[in-house]
Write a new protein. Structure first.
Length: 374
């Protein structure tokens, strides 16, 4: 089973908190899609004979580009690989691009899951995040998307300056009122080199502290769980059967190929397994779109096990405790670490499975660090 990701590196404007690889200049779409076709051709050997379970158009803003380009890429891939009968095709969309016409077009090219960057249903919050849409638009497009698609996900962010628990709760209630299938909840992080980081360092913006963020995260987890959502990954909540296939594939370490600048891949072929990352320069990507321009790292057995530990602890399904003990040659220090996390209420030991608790999800990376193979 294989998953595919396509990075569409274009946005109208850069949001204040965003450090993704993208450009805001126009005029690069045609050469980008030419390069994408060339890259895909050069990697045909990795697609041939494989069944593709999911395709994720991410970015950047995939909803900004002409859907015919995406359709042409899907047709090209269909010439090399087989699409699974239940292929999930997700398109990340920004609210300002959603119209009845665009929804119909995306649906006509095979997109069957929409992931909308709503971020908030509050105009003041959206303005603080530097987003182009307002609350009215957010509500309108969520409703329209739900009428057209059976599987809709919305991204929400908490932790904007001055945000209270009540305001965050209202955002969650707004999202819940639409009967969505999936929600991704992020805490605002101040990434270096962003406008937000500059504003924070100049004292122009004050973001909530860790304690307030943790409390907002708990509110989300409790409210969404009690409304029928499964908290299946640190930042992700879904109704039964509506987990993101692409993201689950990545977290479960299934093979995935990333196309476009800055996209990452994990690929298993026989006993060999490698990760690769495409160049993070659009001009270099356009000039040399072949896989040669990406870095490739073959994974050792230890790398694979550490990845499995790290990723499994982010998932509700958890990690096999027996495997962890064996990998550590039954080192008593691992049992002691597990026990310490259990006493803090961060880990649950359920039979042979180690599961991070709702409280512990916030510390999943920290827990994993302690349990990795040295
Ligand atoms: S729309 Fe998304 S990808 Fe584009 S700048 Fe904003 S946060 Fe970043």
């Amino acid at each position: 089973m294989l998953h595919c990701y396509v990075h569409i590196p274009f946005c109208r404007n850069r949001c204040s908190y965003c450090d993704f690889f993208l450009i805001t200049r126009e005029g690069f779409q045609e050469p980008f899609f030419r390069a994408l076709r060339e890259e895909t051709r050069s990697r045909a050997i990795l697609l041939e004979g494989r069944t593709i379970r999911s395709v994720h158009f991410g970015g950047g803003t995939p909803s900004l580009v002409d859907p015919r380009h995406l359709e042409a890429w899907l047709n090209q891939v269909a010439g090399y690989a087989t699409f699974h009968p239940e292929l999930e095709i997700t398109l990340e969309a920004n609210p300002e691009d959603l119209t009845p016409q665009s929804l119909a077009l995306w649906s006509s090219i095979g997109v069957n899951r929409l992931s909308i960057g709503i971020q908030s249903y509050n105009s003041r919050k959206l303005h603080a995040l530097g987003r182009d849409h307002d609350a009215l638009c957010a509500r309108r497009v969520t409703g329209e998307a739900m009428e057209r698609f059976r599987n809709v996900s919305v991204d929400l962010i908490c932790g904007v300056e001055g945000e209270s628990s009540a305001l965050w709760g209202a955002d969650l209630d707004d999202a819940l009122s639409f009967g969505l299938q999936h929600l991704s909840v992020y805490m605002l992080t101040v990434e270096p080199s962003t406008r937000l980081a500059r504003d924070v360092s100049k004292g122009l913006v004050q973001v909530p502290g860790e304690g307030e963020l943790a409390s907002m995260y708990s509110i989300a987890s409790e409210r969404l769980s009690s409304s029928g959502f499964e908290h299946y990954e640190v930042s992700n909540f879904a109704r039964a059967g509506c987990f993101s296939r692409y993201n689950m594939g990545c977290w479960q370490r299934e093979s995935y190929l990333g196309f476009g600048p800055s996209a990452h891949s994990l690929y298993t072929l026989g006993a060999a397994e490698w990760r690769s990352a495409n160049v993070t320069s659009l001009t270099r990507y356009i000039a040399e779109p072949r896989e040669l321009s990406s870095q490739r790292e073959f994974l050792s057995e230890k790398d694979r096990r550490n990845e499995q530990i790290f990723l499994s602890l982010r998932l509700k399904t958890g990690l096999d405790a027996g495997l962890l003990q064996r990998w550590h040659s039954f080192d008593p220090r691992i049992d002691a670490a597990v026990d310490a996390f259990r006493q803090r209420g961060w880990l649950d030991v359920n039979g042979r499975t180690l599961k991070v608790t709702r409280k512990g999800f916030l510390f999943a990376d920290l827990i994993a660090e302690e349990l990795l193979l040295g």
